[in-house]
Design a protein around this ligand. Structure first.
Ligand code: HEM
Length: 169
């Protein structure tokens, strides 16, 4: 049985011809029309819909910060975050909502994300990037049940997290 993402959504079988993760991500995020629509059908659903909408998106943001605040592997990452985490939990949910193709909640409230610029006051080193991904990968393992969607989100968020690095050490 194919690993079904959603009823009428894309399945592993649909994606059998997709040879690279890059192509998968382009398809998932609909950034480029598929080169060959017969073998790469562009999904009609956004990643926000595929993940299950508001509740799982909120859960992903909250689990990310729960893990960050409790797992010793993320101690340095936790240490640079202003407390309490309530505000950032909400902001991160709002960001993810828009980033996944759902309601653009962050942009409506705060304007264009300009994520790299917003991180400049914080020393984002490769070590902190790895801790961030450690927490995010764990949260994705808990919240996103479909293996293909989960792998695509890990890859896309990994690229975004690397882009945040603004100091070498
Ligand atoms: C790569 C390592 C990263 C580090 C060390 C880091 C750290 C931080 C810190 C310290 C804050 C401020 C929290 C606060 O003001 O309460 C922040 C804010 C934020 N981060 Fe990150 N972050 C990283 C990656 C990311 C990534 C990949 C995303 C998106 C997927 C993201 C999304 C956000 C958002 C939306 C905010 C709120 C910005 C605002 O206050 O306007 N961060 N981050």
């Amino acid at each position: 049985m194919p690993d079904r993402i959603a009823k009428d959504g894309i399945t592993l079988n649909d994606c059998v011809h997709i040879t690279t993760m890059k192509k998968f991500l382009q398809m998932l995020f609909n950034k480029k029309p598929a080169a060959d629509a017969s073998i790469h059908p562009t999904p009609k659903r956004t990643p926000y819909e595929l993940i299950g909408g508001e509740a799982p998106t909120r859960l992903l943001a909250n689990r990310f910060y729960d893990i960050m605040a409790s797992d010793p592997h993320a101690a340095e990452l936790y240490a640079i975050h202003p407390l309490p985490l309530d505000v950032i939990r909400e902001k991160f949910y709002e960001f993810l909502s828009g980033w996944l193709g759902g309601p653009q909640l962050f942009e409506e409230k705060y304007g264009h994300p300009r994520l790299r610029m917003r991180h400049m006051p914080f020393p984002v080193t490769p070590q902190l990037r790895d801790q961030w991904m450690y927490c995010m990968n764990k949260a994705l393992d808990e919240v996103v049940h479909d293996a293909l969607l989960r792998a695509g989100l890990k890859e896309a968020l990994g690229q975004l997290a690397s882009h945040m690095i603004n100091r070498e050490r």
